[in-house]
Design a protein around this ligand. Sequence first.
Ligand code: HEC
Length: 177
Amino acid sequence: MIGELRHWSGAGALVCFLAAASLAGEISTDERRSDYEFMSPGLQRMQDDDSVNPGMLSVLDGKTLWQRKEGTENKACADCHGDATTSMKSVAARYPMIDPKLSRPVDLEGRINACRITHQGAAPLAFESKALLALTVYVAHQSKGFSVDIPDDATTIYQRGTDDIRAAPGPAQLILR
Ligand code: HEC
């Protein structure tokens, strides 16, 4: 899948990934564009310059959380992963993926929470919480400029997501059908 990771907004980005995955079969590779190309020159400058990009505040929060010891293991992300600028380089570009151990789709937030539970002995962070978003944008920031390259099973991820929603009773069914 093509696109560029310049800015990460948690669930919004995931929805974009999934939407793009569904379209991937219909748009030829050389016709695909990063949404960056459709931004006004002002917005492009803001994305290019970290010192004026408001998303950077969240990245800085994430950097602090990266070093904070948590849970019964009293370990920080940094204790295992070291310097994120090298260990997390291009990692976000591979998500969401089907986790081989869990054999289910995992997005970046899910991966971070899995580390909290299994490796830090801490409770998972609430989805869309400030802390989880900050850690996610911090990890994703290390992939800035890398092309999104989620594996070929992306369509499977999309299909599994829509199947689950369709199977669930409630208003979502009305929207999808
Ligand atoms: C005790 C060690 C440990 C700690 C602490 C830890 N992790 Fe991990 N992390 C791992 C291991 C091991 C893996 C490989 C997957 C697995 O076995 O869970 C991993 C995988 C990851 C991945 C996926 C990397 C990839 O290449 O796909 C990300 C992202 C990640 N961790 C982020 C974090 C964040 C953010 C924190 C802190 C909130 C954290 N980790 C804390 C050990 C740790």
